[in-house]
Design a protein around this ligand. Structure first.
Ligand code: COA
Length: 414
Protein backbone atom coordinates (compact mmCIF):
# COMPACT_ATOMS: atom_id res chain seq x y z
CA UNK A 1 0.00 0.00 0.00
CA UNK A 2 1.31 3.46 -0.92
CA UNK A 3 1.36 5.61 2.18
CA UNK A 4 1.97 9.03 0.64
CA UNK A 5 -1.54 10.02 -0.37
CA UNK A 6 -3.53 13.10 0.53
CA UNK A 7 -4.49 16.59 -0.54
CA UNK A 8 -2.23 18.14 -3.18
CA UNK A 9 -4.08 21.44 -3.67
CA UNK A 10 -7.40 23.11 -2.94
CA UNK A 11 -9.61 25.93 -4.19
CA UNK A 12 -12.62 27.72 -2.71
CA UNK A 13 -15.73 29.29 -4.25
CA UNK A 14 -18.13 31.49 -2.27
CA UNK A 15 -21.38 33.31 -3.03
CA UNK A 16 -20.70 36.86 -4.13
CA UNK A 17 -22.61 38.32 -1.18
CA UNK A 18 -22.20 38.28 2.59
CA UNK A 19 -24.29 39.36 5.59
CA UNK A 20 -22.61 40.69 8.73
CA UNK A 21 -23.93 38.99 11.85
CA UNK A 22 -23.96 42.24 13.81
CA UNK A 23 -26.49 43.59 11.28
CA UNK A 24 -28.61 40.45 11.58
CA UNK A 25 -28.51 40.58 15.39
CA UNK A 26 -29.72 44.19 15.47
CA UNK A 27 -32.56 43.38 13.06
CA UNK A 28 -33.61 40.46 15.26
CA UNK A 29 -33.38 42.45 18.50
CA UNK A 30 -30.56 40.20 19.75
CA UNK A 31 -27.36 41.39 21.47
CA UNK A 32 -24.72 41.25 18.66
CA UNK A 33 -22.33 39.68 21.20
CA UNK A 34 -24.49 36.53 21.17
CA UNK A 35 -23.74 35.91 17.50
CA UNK A 36 -20.19 37.26 17.33
CA UNK A 37 -18.83 36.05 20.69
CA UNK A 38 -21.48 33.48 21.69
CA UNK A 39 -21.51 31.64 18.36
CA UNK A 40 -18.15 32.95 17.10
CA UNK A 41 -19.43 34.01 13.66
CA UNK A 42 -18.77 37.42 12.08
CA UNK A 43 -20.32 37.00 8.63
CA UNK A 44 -22.36 34.46 6.71
CA UNK A 45 -22.29 33.90 2.97
CA UNK A 46 -25.70 34.29 1.31
CA UNK A 47 -26.33 32.50 -1.98
CA UNK A 48 -27.70 34.73 -4.73
CA UNK A 49 -30.12 33.56 -7.44
CA UNK A 50 -28.18 31.24 -9.75
CA UNK A 51 -25.58 30.39 -7.11
CA UNK A 52 -26.71 26.84 -6.42
CA UNK A 53 -24.69 23.86 -5.18
CA UNK A 54 -23.66 22.91 -8.73
CA UNK A 55 -22.56 26.44 -9.68
CA UNK A 56 -20.46 26.76 -6.51
CA UNK A 57 -18.92 23.28 -6.98
CA UNK A 58 -18.10 23.86 -10.65
CA UNK A 59 -16.58 27.28 -9.91
CA UNK A 60 -14.34 25.75 -7.21
CA UNK A 61 -13.35 22.87 -9.53
CA UNK A 62 -12.47 25.24 -12.35
CA UNK A 63 -10.35 27.38 -10.01
CA UNK A 64 -8.57 24.24 -8.79
CA UNK A 65 -7.80 23.05 -12.32
CA UNK A 66 -6.64 26.45 -13.60
CA UNK A 67 -4.62 27.63 -10.58
CA UNK A 68 -2.72 24.32 -10.42
CA UNK A 69 -2.51 23.72 -14.19
CA UNK A 70 -4.03 20.27 -13.86
CA UNK A 71 -4.38 18.23 -17.04
CA UNK A 72 -7.99 16.89 -16.91
CA UNK A 73 -6.73 13.63 -18.46
CA UNK A 74 -4.91 12.86 -15.17
CA UNK A 75 -8.19 12.79 -13.21
CA UNK A 76 -9.83 9.37 -12.76
CA UNK A 77 -12.41 10.10 -10.07
CA UNK A 78 -14.71 13.00 -9.25
CA UNK A 79 -16.72 12.81 -6.03
CA UNK A 80 -18.92 15.53 -4.56
CA UNK A 81 -19.93 15.53 -0.91
CA UNK A 82 -23.20 17.44 -0.51
CA UNK A 83 -26.49 17.40 1.36
CA UNK A 84 -28.04 20.12 -0.78
CA UNK A 85 -28.02 18.52 -4.23
CA UNK A 86 -30.29 19.73 -7.04
CA UNK A 87 -31.86 16.48 -8.27
CA UNK A 88 -33.05 13.22 -6.66
CA UNK A 89 -31.12 11.16 -9.21
CA UNK A 90 -28.51 13.07 -11.21
CA UNK A 91 -25.55 13.87 -8.95
CA UNK A 92 -23.93 17.29 -8.62
CA UNK A 93 -20.69 15.60 -9.72
CA UNK A 94 -22.22 14.75 -13.08
CA UNK A 95 -23.04 18.42 -13.79
CA UNK A 96 -19.53 19.42 -12.68
CA UNK A 97 -17.90 16.83 -14.94
CA UNK A 98 -19.63 18.35 -17.95
CA UNK A 99 -19.24 22.00 -16.94
CA UNK A 100 -15.48 21.87 -16.34
CA UNK A 101 -14.70 19.39 -19.13
CA UNK A 102 -13.43 16.35 -17.25
CA UNK A 103 -12.77 13.18 -19.26
CA UNK A 104 -15.30 10.46 -20.06
CA UNK A 105 -13.36 7.56 -18.53
CA UNK A 106 -13.70 8.25 -14.83
CA UNK A 107 -15.79 7.49 -11.74
CA UNK A 108 -18.30 10.28 -11.05
CA UNK A 109 -20.59 10.26 -8.00
CA UNK A 110 -22.02 12.16 -5.04
CA UNK A 111 -21.82 11.11 -1.41
CA UNK A 112 -24.55 12.12 1.02
CA UNK A 113 -24.35 11.95 4.78
CA UNK A 114 -25.13 15.44 6.12
CA UNK A 115 -21.89 17.37 6.77
CA UNK A 116 -19.82 14.15 6.75
CA UNK A 117 -20.37 13.35 3.03
CA UNK A 118 -17.26 15.24 1.90
CA UNK A 119 -15.03 13.27 4.26
CA UNK A 120 -16.52 9.97 3.08
CA UNK A 121 -15.74 11.07 -0.50
CA UNK A 122 -12.24 12.20 0.45
CA UNK A 123 -11.39 8.91 2.15
CA UNK A 124 -12.83 6.88 -0.74
CA UNK A 125 -10.62 8.85 -3.13
CA UNK A 126 -7.50 8.57 -0.95
CA UNK A 127 -7.93 4.84 -0.38
CA UNK A 128 -8.62 4.32 -4.12
CA UNK A 129 -5.24 5.91 -4.87
CA UNK A 130 -3.44 4.13 -1.99
CA UNK A 131 -4.77 0.75 -3.12
CA UNK A 132 -2.99 1.15 -6.46
CA UNK A 133 -6.09 0.64 -8.61
CA UNK A 134 -6.08 4.32 -9.60
CA UNK A 135 -3.19 3.48 -11.93
CA UNK A 136 -1.39 6.77 -11.29
CA UNK A 137 -4.48 8.95 -11.70
CA UNK A 138 -5.62 11.62 -9.26
CA UNK A 139 -9.06 12.47 -7.88
CA UNK A 140 -11.03 15.64 -7.38
CA UNK A 141 -13.25 15.80 -4.29
CA UNK A 142 -15.61 18.75 -3.87
CA UNK A 143 -17.61 19.70 -0.79
CA UNK A 144 -20.41 22.04 -1.85
CA UNK A 145 -23.45 23.15 0.15
CA UNK A 146 -25.91 25.89 0.96
CA UNK A 147 -26.70 25.77 4.69
CA UNK A 148 -30.25 27.02 5.16
CA UNK A 149 -32.32 26.99 8.34
CA UNK A 150 -34.69 29.83 7.51
CA UNK A 151 -35.44 33.39 8.49
CA UNK A 152 -36.04 34.04 12.22
CA UNK A 153 -35.20 30.49 13.35
CA UNK A 154 -32.67 29.61 16.07
CA UNK A 155 -30.39 28.28 13.32
CA UNK A 156 -30.58 31.50 11.27
CA UNK A 157 -27.20 32.91 12.42
CA UNK A 158 -25.53 29.57 11.62
CA UNK A 159 -26.26 29.55 7.87
CA UNK A 160 -23.70 29.98 5.08
CA UNK A 161 -22.68 28.58 1.69
CA UNK A 162 -19.68 27.71 -0.45
CA UNK A 163 -17.59 24.98 -2.02
CA UNK A 164 -14.10 23.59 -1.44
CA UNK A 165 -12.50 21.55 -4.24
CA UNK A 166 -9.52 19.35 -3.43
CA UNK A 167 -7.04 17.55 -5.63
CA UNK A 168 -6.29 14.16 -4.03
CA UNK A 169 -3.15 12.44 -5.24
CA UNK A 170 0.08 10.61 -4.47
CA UNK A 171 1.81 14.03 -4.32
CA UNK A 172 0.15 15.47 -1.22
CA UNK A 173 1.78 18.90 -1.13
CA UNK A 174 -0.78 20.21 1.37
CA UNK A 175 -1.49 17.24 3.62
CA UNK A 176 -0.32 13.61 3.54
CA UNK A 177 -2.89 11.40 5.32
CA UNK A 178 -1.98 8.89 8.05
CA UNK A 179 -3.98 6.19 6.26
CA UNK A 180 -5.22 3.39 8.47
CA UNK A 181 -5.32 5.49 11.65
CA UNK A 182 -8.76 7.04 11.21
CA UNK A 183 -11.17 6.69 14.10
CA UNK A 184 -14.92 6.60 13.43
CA UNK A 185 -18.09 6.96 15.49
CA UNK A 186 -21.60 6.71 14.04
CA UNK A 187 -25.14 6.26 15.41
CA UNK A 188 -28.77 6.46 14.25
CA UNK A 189 -29.96 9.74 15.80
CA UNK A 190 -32.36 12.53 14.79
CA UNK A 191 -30.31 15.64 15.56
CA UNK A 192 -30.65 17.30 12.13
CA UNK A 193 -32.33 16.18 8.92
CA UNK A 194 -34.16 17.55 5.88
CA UNK A 195 -37.23 15.62 4.72
CA UNK A 196 -37.68 15.29 0.95
CA UNK A 197 -39.12 18.42 -0.63
CA UNK A 198 -38.05 20.81 2.13
CA UNK A 199 -35.49 23.58 1.54
CA UNK A 200 -34.85 24.19 5.24
CA UNK A 201 -33.29 21.69 7.60
CA UNK A 202 -35.10 20.42 10.69
CA UNK A 203 -32.72 20.61 13.63
CA UNK A 204 -32.70 19.86 17.33
CA UNK A 205 -29.83 22.32 17.80
CA UNK A 206 -28.72 21.70 21.38
CA UNK A 207 -29.10 17.93 21.00
CA UNK A 208 -26.99 18.09 17.80
CA UNK A 209 -24.18 19.66 19.83
CA UNK A 210 -24.35 16.76 22.32
CA UNK A 211 -24.35 14.21 19.47
CA UNK A 212 -21.33 15.94 17.91
CA UNK A 213 -19.35 15.92 21.16
CA UNK A 214 -20.14 12.29 21.91
CA UNK A 215 -19.10 11.27 18.39
CA UNK A 216 -15.89 13.28 18.72
CA UNK A 217 -14.93 11.47 21.93
CA UNK A 218 -15.51 8.06 20.31
CA UNK A 219 -13.70 8.83 17.05
CA UNK A 220 -10.77 10.53 18.79
CA UNK A 221 -10.23 7.69 21.24
CA UNK A 222 -10.14 5.19 18.37
CA UNK A 223 -7.64 7.35 16.43
CA UNK A 224 -5.53 7.87 19.56
CA UNK A 225 -5.32 4.13 20.24
CA UNK A 226 -4.01 3.51 16.72
CA UNK A 227 -1.65 6.51 16.84
CA UNK A 228 -0.19 5.26 20.13
CA UNK A 229 0.31 1.79 18.68
CA UNK A 230 2.35 3.36 15.87
CA UNK A 231 4.14 5.61 18.40
CA UNK A 232 2.98 8.79 16.65
CA UNK A 233 1.71 10.12 19.99
CA UNK A 234 2.74 8.97 23.47
CA UNK A 235 1.16 8.82 26.89
CA UNK A 236 3.39 9.84 29.76
CA UNK A 237 5.11 12.54 27.71
CA UNK A 238 5.09 16.10 29.08
CA UNK A 239 2.29 16.99 26.63
CA UNK A 240 -1.10 15.28 26.36
CA UNK A 241 -1.56 13.10 23.24
CA UNK A 242 -3.81 15.77 21.64
CA UNK A 243 -1.18 18.43 22.39
CA UNK A 244 1.32 16.40 20.37
CA UNK A 245 -0.62 17.45 17.26
CA UNK A 246 0.69 20.76 15.93
CA UNK A 247 -2.80 21.96 14.98
CA UNK A 248 -6.42 20.81 14.90
CA UNK A 249 -9.38 21.61 12.65
CA UNK A 250 -12.91 20.67 13.68
CA UNK A 251 -16.13 20.66 11.69
CA UNK A 252 -17.63 24.06 12.52
CA UNK A 253 -21.38 24.57 12.02
CA UNK A 254 -20.54 27.79 13.91
CA UNK A 255 -17.05 28.70 15.13
CA UNK A 256 -17.79 28.41 18.85
CA UNK A 257 -18.32 24.69 18.22
CA UNK A 258 -14.55 24.34 17.80
CA UNK A 259 -14.04 25.60 21.35
CA UNK A 260 -16.55 23.11 22.74
CA UNK A 261 -14.95 20.34 20.66
CA UNK A 262 -11.42 21.19 21.76
CA UNK A 263 -12.46 21.16 25.41
CA UNK A 264 -14.04 17.71 24.97
CA UNK A 265 -11.01 16.36 23.13
CA UNK A 266 -8.69 17.43 25.93
CA UNK A 267 -11.05 15.91 28.48
CA UNK A 268 -10.69 12.52 26.74
CA UNK A 269 -6.93 12.76 27.32
CA UNK A 270 -7.26 14.10 30.85
CA UNK A 271 -9.74 11.40 31.89
CA UNK A 272 -7.93 8.51 30.20
CA UNK A 273 -4.31 9.56 30.64
CA UNK A 274 -4.18 11.58 33.84
CA UNK A 275 -7.30 10.45 35.68
CA UNK A 276 -7.56 13.36 38.14
CA UNK A 277 -6.91 16.99 37.16
CA UNK A 278 -7.41 20.56 38.41
CA UNK A 279 -10.48 22.14 36.71
CA UNK A 280 -9.28 25.75 37.10
CA UNK A 281 -5.87 24.99 35.67
CA UNK A 282 -7.43 23.02 32.80
CA UNK A 283 -9.64 25.99 31.90
CA UNK A 284 -6.54 28.17 31.45
CA UNK A 285 -4.61 25.48 29.58
CA UNK A 286 -7.54 24.69 27.27
CA UNK A 287 -7.79 28.40 26.39
CA UNK A 288 -4.10 28.69 25.57
CA UNK A 289 -3.94 25.41 23.63
CA UNK A 290 -7.04 26.56 21.68
CA UNK A 291 -5.20 29.71 20.59
CA UNK A 292 -2.10 27.69 19.70
CA UNK A 293 -3.69 24.67 18.00
CA UNK A 294 -7.14 25.69 16.72
CA UNK A 295 -7.68 29.45 16.29
CA UNK A 296 -5.98 29.63 12.87
CA UNK A 297 -8.50 27.20 11.41
CA UNK A 298 -11.38 29.60 12.10
CA UNK A 299 -10.26 32.70 10.20
CA UNK A 300 -12.16 31.86 7.00
CA UNK A 301 -15.05 30.01 8.67
CA UNK A 302 -15.86 33.06 10.82
CA UNK A 303 -16.33 35.08 7.61
CA UNK A 304 -18.37 32.49 5.70
CA UNK A 305 -20.54 30.64 8.22
CA UNK A 306 -21.61 27.03 7.85
CA UNK A 307 -20.78 25.26 4.58
CA UNK A 308 -22.04 21.86 5.85
CA UNK A 309 -19.70 19.38 4.04
CA UNK A 310 -17.17 22.13 3.29
CA UNK A 311 -16.80 23.59 6.78
CA UNK A 312 -13.98 21.33 7.94
CA UNK A 313 -12.07 21.90 4.69
CA UNK A 314 -12.62 25.66 4.81
CA UNK A 315 -11.08 25.33 8.28
CA UNK A 316 -8.12 23.45 6.80
CA UNK A 317 -7.77 26.15 4.12
CA UNK A 318 -7.75 28.87 6.79
CA UNK A 319 -5.19 26.96 8.84
CA UNK A 320 -2.93 26.57 5.79
CA UNK A 321 -3.29 30.20 4.83
CA UNK A 322 -2.35 31.37 8.31
CA UNK A 323 0.43 28.94 9.11
CA UNK A 324 1.41 26.48 6.37
CA UNK A 325 5.12 27.37 6.52
CA UNK A 326 5.30 26.90 10.30
CA UNK A 327 3.33 23.63 10.09
CA UNK A 328 5.44 22.06 7.32
CA UNK A 329 6.53 18.56 8.31
CA UNK A 330 4.22 18.54 11.35
CA UNK A 331 1.22 16.32 12.14
CA UNK A 332 -2.25 17.86 12.42
CA UNK A 333 -5.63 16.38 13.39
CA UNK A 334 -9.04 16.85 11.76
CA UNK A 335 -12.53 15.98 12.95
CA UNK A 336 -15.46 15.57 10.59
CA UNK A 337 -19.06 15.29 11.84
CA UNK A 338 -22.30 14.75 9.95
CA UNK A 339 -25.65 14.68 11.71
CA UNK A 340 -27.59 11.49 11.62
CA UNK A 341 -24.77 10.72 12.57
CA UNK A 342 -21.33 9.73 11.25
CA UNK A 343 -17.95 11.10 12.23
CA UNK A 344 -14.27 10.56 11.64
CA UNK A 345 -11.09 11.75 13.36
CA UNK A 346 -8.03 11.59 11.13
CA UNK A 347 -4.55 13.03 10.89
CA UNK A 348 -1.86 13.86 8.39
CA UNK A 349 1.47 15.59 7.92
CA UNK A 350 1.61 19.05 6.32
CA UNK A 351 3.78 19.14 3.19
CA UNK A 352 6.83 21.32 2.69
CA UNK A 353 5.20 22.85 -0.40
CA UNK A 354 1.96 23.66 1.45
CA UNK A 355 2.60 27.42 1.70
CA UNK A 356 3.25 27.71 -2.04
CA UNK A 357 0.17 25.59 -2.87
CA UNK A 358 -2.24 27.52 -0.68
CA UNK A 359 -1.12 30.84 -2.19
CA UNK A 360 -2.49 29.65 -5.51
CA UNK A 361 -5.98 29.52 -3.98
CA UNK A 362 -5.91 33.36 -3.55
CA UNK A 363 -8.13 33.05 -0.51
CA UNK A 364 -7.90 36.72 0.51
CA UNK A 365 -9.24 37.68 -2.89
CA UNK A 366 -12.04 35.07 -2.77
CA UNK A 367 -13.21 36.21 0.68
CA UNK A 368 -12.40 39.92 0.32
CA UNK A 369 -14.10 40.56 -3.02
CA UNK A 370 -17.63 39.87 -1.70
CA UNK A 371 -20.35 42.48 -1.34
CA UNK A 372 -21.88 43.23 2.10
CA UNK A 373 -25.68 43.19 1.94
CA UNK A 374 -28.40 44.56 4.19
CA UNK A 375 -30.78 42.39 6.19
CA UNK A 376 -33.62 43.49 3.85
CA UNK A 377 -31.66 42.26 0.83
CA UNK A 378 -30.84 38.97 2.61
CA UNK A 379 -34.53 38.44 3.38
CA UNK A 380 -35.41 39.19 -0.25
CA UNK A 381 -32.90 36.55 -1.43
CA UNK A 382 -34.19 34.00 1.09
CA UNK A 383 -37.74 34.49 -0.25
CA UNK A 384 -36.77 33.85 -3.89
CA UNK A 385 -38.03 30.63 -5.50
CA UNK A 386 -35.42 27.86 -5.45
CA UNK A 387 -34.98 27.75 -9.21
CA UNK A 388 -35.05 31.45 -9.96
CA UNK A 389 -32.53 32.42 -12.64
CA UNK A 390 -29.80 34.95 -11.80
CA UNK A 391 -30.22 38.70 -12.08
CA UNK A 392 -26.63 39.16 -13.27
CA UNK A 393 -24.36 37.03 -15.50
CA UNK A 394 -21.65 34.79 -13.99
CA UNK A 395 -18.33 36.48 -13.23
CA UNK A 396 -15.24 35.53 -15.28
CA UNK A 397 -14.24 31.99 -14.28
CA UNK A 398 -17.54 31.33 -12.49
CA UNK A 399 -20.74 29.41 -13.25
CA UNK A 400 -24.41 30.24 -12.68
CA UNK A 401 -27.62 28.24 -12.88
CA UNK A 402 -29.74 29.95 -15.57
CA UNK A 403 -33.06 28.10 -15.56
CA UNK A 404 -34.79 24.82 -16.40
CA UNK A 405 -35.52 23.82 -19.99
CA UNK A 406 -37.60 20.65 -20.54
CA UNK A 407 -36.74 19.47 -16.99
CA UNK A 408 -33.04 19.97 -17.68
CA UNK A 409 -31.07 22.37 -15.47
CA UNK A 410 -29.05 24.86 -17.50
CA UNK A 411 -25.83 26.62 -16.50
CA UNK A 412 -23.67 29.30 -18.07
CA UNK A 413 -19.98 30.02 -17.64
CA UNK A 414 -18.39 33.43 -17.23
N1 COA B 1 -23.11 37.65 24.76
C1 COA B 1 -22.22 36.65 24.59
N2 COA B 1 -22.59 35.34 24.47
C2 COA B 1 -23.91 35.06 24.52
C3 COA B 1 -24.89 36.06 24.70
C4 COA B 1 -24.45 37.41 24.82
N3 COA B 1 -25.30 38.42 24.97
N4 COA B 1 -26.10 35.47 24.68
C5 COA B 1 -25.91 34.14 24.53
N5 COA B 1 -24.57 33.89 24.42
C6 COA B 1 -23.91 32.61 24.19
C7 COA B 1 -24.51 31.46 25.00
O1 COA B 1 -23.98 31.42 26.32
C8 COA B 1 -24.10 30.28 24.16
O2 COA B 1 -22.74 29.96 24.38
P1 COA B 1 -22.36 28.54 25.06
O3 COA B 1 -22.98 27.47 24.21
O4 COA B 1 -20.88 28.50 25.04
O5 COA B 1 -22.95 28.58 26.43
C9 COA B 1 -24.18 30.82 22.72
O6 COA B 1 -24.16 32.24 22.85
C10 COA B 1 -25.45 30.41 22.00
O7 COA B 1 -26.54 30.72 22.81
P2 COA B 1 -27.79 29.73 22.90
O8 COA B 1 -28.75 30.31 23.86
O9 COA B 1 -27.34 28.33 23.12
O10 COA B 1 -28.35 29.91 21.39
P3 COA B 1 -29.61 29.29 20.73
O11 COA B 1 -30.45 28.52 21.70
O12 COA B 1 -30.24 30.42 20.01
O13 COA B 1 -29.05 28.21 19.67
C11 COA B 1 -27.70 26.85 18.26
C12 COA B 1 -27.71 28.03 19.26
C13 COA B 1 -26.28 26.63 17.78
C14 COA B 1 -28.19 25.57 18.95
C15 COA B 1 -28.62 27.21 17.06
O14 COA B 1 -28.07 28.32 16.39
C16 COA B 1 -28.83 26.08 16.09
O15 COA B 1 -29.74 25.28 16.26
N6 COA B 1 -27.98 25.99 15.00
C17 COA B 1 -28.08 24.95 14.02
C18 COA B 1 -27.62 23.59 14.52
C19 COA B 1 -26.15 23.43 14.65
O16 COA B 1 -25.40 24.26 14.17
N7 COA B 1 -25.75 22.34 15.32
C20 COA B 1 -24.37 22.07 15.59
C21 COA B 1 -23.96 20.61 15.57
S1 COA B 1 -23.92 19.90 13.95
Amino acid sequence: MKTSVGIEALAVALPRRTLHLEDLARARGVDPAKYVAGLGVREMAVADAGEDTVALAATAARRLLEANQIDPATIGLLAVGTETGVDHSKPVASFVQGLVGLPRHMRVFDVQHACYGGTAALMAAAEWIASGVAGGKSAIVICSDIARYGVKTAGEPTQGAGAVAMLVSAHPDLLSFDLGLNGTSSAHVFDFWRPLGRREAVVDGHYSIDCYLEALAGAYREWRGKAEARELVRRGASALPSEQLAALAYHVPFCKMAKKAHGRLRRCDLDDVLGAFDEGREEREAASSFERQVAHSLTLCARVGNVYTGSLYLGLAGMMQEGAAALAGKRIGLFSYGSGCASEFFSGVVGTAAAARIQRAKLNEVVGSRERITVDEYERLMALAADRPPEIPPPPGGFRFTGIHEHRRQYSAG
